[in-house]
Design a protein around this ligand. Sequence first.
Ligand SMILES: [Zn+2]
Length: 386
Amino acid sequence: MSDSTTIRVFRFRLYPTTAQEAAMFETLRLTRALYNAGLEQRISAYKKQGKTVTAYDQQKEITALKAECPEYAGVYSHVLQDALDRLDRAYKSFFARVKRGEKGGFPRFKPRQRWNSFKFKEVWDKKKGQWLSPGKPVDEGRRINIPKIGAVRCKFHRPLEGVPKTLQIVLDVDQWYAVYTCEVPVNPLPATASVVGVDVGTRYFAITSDGEFVENPRHLGKFLKKLRVQQRTTARRRKGSNRRRKSVQMVAKTHRKIRRQRQDFHHKTARKLVREHDLIAHEDLRVSNMVQSNFARSISDVGWASFFQILSGKAESAGRKVVPVAPQYTSQRCNRCGHTCRENRLGEVFRCVSCGHEDHADWNAAKNILARALPSGENGGSHAVA
Ligand SMILES: [Zn+2]
């Protein structure tokens, strides 16, 4: 047993009463208003006096806010702090992007549809080894305690593991969820002595250096079609009408269905890779985005990024290694002799103009990706990429 730990996410469906649900909606409304007011404050202080308002300055004002606006007294302090923390993170990542020379991403005001959660940042008393008030299971595990909202019915379809850290209450279209993060011990799987490179694509979801072709999930197309029909219906309906609101809800539900199917598929695919291999190499998408500013590709990148996130989470808790590698020329480089040029690739076929090596184009790429992750590097290549 190793003593290192990793963070795991546990998500459970909540069944609030009408009054509890109203209180949760009200919490969303107030935290969003706080976020937007905090943003407004930062912008105007900067415009008027060139002054920077820090997260610390804003956190200090929460007590005064509670005294002035009684409605805020009805929200747990940590939940309010978290709204301002989110604003601070948005600012920090904006400045980090500016520093890297990337464009845009100045923090924006949050409309209702882009604010669907609030968070308790502490749920466990480490010293005493027991639950604090937020998130504590009560009523023999049938409900959880949500401060200022009540004991909300919760379906624990599997047990929590490790030490609980935070609790987020999330609204997903018309369903509520309790999302716990827990610190769990790493539980290494037995070594397999197998290493693999994974190339993601649009024709296939992924191709491995072992020659495995992972198809895209089958039912997704059907739902995407349904989504397009529903979106057209919505567009025809009068703004502000009841029928339109119902239609918008339908679209959101189909989106949710697609997202969940995709997630299930990602989990299944990641589980298999982690079970079978000690090391998994893939292209570093953050780099690939900059290299190939291709719109269609950047859209599917979103899906792959969440897949790689799931993969690295599973790998971490299983003691496996995931290695992102530089993506340059993986599809143009000959895996046998290292010759790298555009002419090597003809659609799905790879044919090296130097040594005549033939392969499936993506399979060849997957092998290059694996080679880049191994200590021996890209052997045989006279055209190594800097
Ligand atoms: Zn070659």
